[in-house]
Design a protein. Sequence first.
Lengths: 245, 245
Amino acid sequence: MATLTRKQRELKDREAQILKLARPILLREGYQGLSMERLASEMEYAKGTLYNHFPNKEDIVLALAVESLELRFQMMESASTSSSCPRVRLVNIGAASELFASAKEHFAIEAWIRNSTIWDKASPERQQLIQQCEGRCMGIVAGLARDAVARRDLVLPQGLSAEELIFGFWSITYGSQVLSASSPSLAVLGITNPVSTIRHHCYTLLNGFAWQPIMDFQAHEQLMSAESNRLRAQFADYLANSVTH
Amino acid sequence: MATLTRKQRELKDREAQILKLARPILLREGYQGLSMERLASEMEYAKGTLYNHFPNKEDIVLALAVESLELRFQMMESASTSSSCPRVRLVNIGAASELFASAKEHFAIEAWIRNSTIWDKASPERQQLIQQCEGRCMGIVAGLARDAVARRDLVLPQGLSAEELIFGFWSITYGSQVLSASSPSLAVLGITNPVSTIRHHCYTLLNGFAWQPIMDFQAHEQLMSAESNRLRAQFADYLANSVTH
DNA sequence: GACAAATCATGACGCAGCGTCAACAATTGA
DNA sequence: TCAATTGTTGACGCTGCGTCATGATTTGTC
């Protein structure tokens, strides 16, 4: 019977299945394209069953974001342990952030959850999970800055904490990624290669803070592309798979 | 008659009236809170009449954004002509940008239009208007950078155009503003004063590019707060009025 | 001032999509 | 074997967008 053949499919990790189905829809057709009825019918379940797993549509988006942020965290952690020199580690994290943003099916989710319409309707539990992810990411990078201070590679300017110093890099990276993704035709404005442009700014900012070892931009670029390749290989599954599927 | 008393109200600038009504709703209750029926009933018009002015709900949001960007442009222009020294002018524009972002009823609109769900459904005409505003803003700031180059206050690094140099400042400013507005509790992460933090980064970046005249952070701060006060006074009407009303 | 043409206003209607819930089915446990 | 519990279903209520036939108002013309 039809009922039986569906029952054979696991009942356990349906939540993961839902998310797996929802992610590409959200990527390809946006928030409008994702409807509970559609999700239900494509899964061959009734709508009510979905609501046994998620209290509302917004919570599905947050759940996707948790998955994505988990990936971001892993990439950042991998990048931050791939060297012993704090400045190099920070640059490597920059490469991780670039790579993450290039995977639109992950990065775009972050834009959705910063939308108050979505954030506010999701469950507090899920909201908290996201904040934890964010906190852990900040923890990695701020810790790294503190290492640099301990080693005397970096002197924090009067009035800036390690977290606040990192916030600048977070802002410029995230800001440029948002603008690149949403500003229709940066190229028309004269910005042809935003990624490389922002690399240049981060490099200048690092030198501006006199974060040792000072290097030239060539060396900076070489570090970034090397780490970028390493990460791309390490996380190929999570990046490529989810694009095609 | 009831019909007459409403007719007495101007028939001409109803579009402006609609926007005036819509803005505070959008600010206070978000995109969900803004409904065509509500807008219509609060204006004492039928829904169909609204659709004589705007093809859809999204277009209203873009129209609001055009108004806001117009204000941003004026503030930037005022800031950029309030000194003859390019570096000071750029810092003043930074103050304008801070001030603009502090007016949530304007800044929040920008977040909405970067949402593809909204952008894509709006009319091409309105989309184009927005892009023009953006272009004009970039024009001011990039022109300023070019002035600096002409005066030998600034040497563009190999591979960066004036626009690309400006893009860095745009990204860090905008990024920090988005994060401040949407990251629930930056303070928990250790960022207590994002605005002043980003001032510090911009200052460091300017020095990093060796943009003359090099100054100390004290001087930078003083410039910013002076310009901030000047702008606040000049644009008091547009900032305060729209908050209360 | 009378009448036609053009313009504008109206709100009932069709439709899509969210979330609920009473009814029903399956599973568990004794 | 028969509760009791747990899981599934889809029709239903409701909100809100955008349309359009109908009717009102204005404009233009003689």
